[in-house]
Design a protein around this ligand. Structure first.
Ligand code: ZN
Length: 137
């Protein structure tokens, strides 16, 4: 038997660019649903926000990642054509990606010791959505 569950969560971001650790939120969603084994897909339905897995111990890693993305993808370029003025946000999202998939084993997300799931805002502050699709089995 397999059961499929889709959970939608709101995320309020506070800066133009930021990484928010959502590992506990995803873990809690599994717990609430009573999921023991399967996979969780975390999906971000936006074109200027993303999701990734990276270091959750040293907060300087978030800082360094965001700084490097800003350096590699500047806010203004003479050749940008997109009228909204947020081409850099679209590019950062393109590079980071819109989904991650994590294995669930015995009710827990299987992550490495230093791994966390991060919601990545690239054009905030905004009210955002994060979808968690759980496939049990
Ligand atoms: Zn845009």
């Amino acid at each position: 038997m397999s059961r499929k569950t889709l959970i939608t969560q709101s995320i309020r971001t506070r800066q133009r660019s930021e990484m928010i650790d959502v590992t506990d939120r995803v873990q809690k969603a599994l717990h609430v649903q009573g999921v023991k084994d399967g996979i969780a897909i975390v999906y971000i339905p936006h074109t200027t926000a993303a999701v990734t897995i990276n270091e959750n111990a040293d907060p300087d890693v978030k800082h360094d990642l965001l700084k490097k993305l800003e350096e590699v993808i500047p806010n203004r370029e003479t050749y940008y054509q997109h009228g909204e003025g947020n081409s850099d946000s679209h590019l950062k999202t393109q590079l980071t990606g819109n989904s991650v998939m994590v294995i669930i084993d015995e009710g827990k997300l299987v992550l490495g010791t230093w791994q966390g799931i991060y919601f990545c805002e690239f054009d905030g502050p905004r009210e955002r959505e994060m979808l968690i699709k759980i496939i049990e089995g």
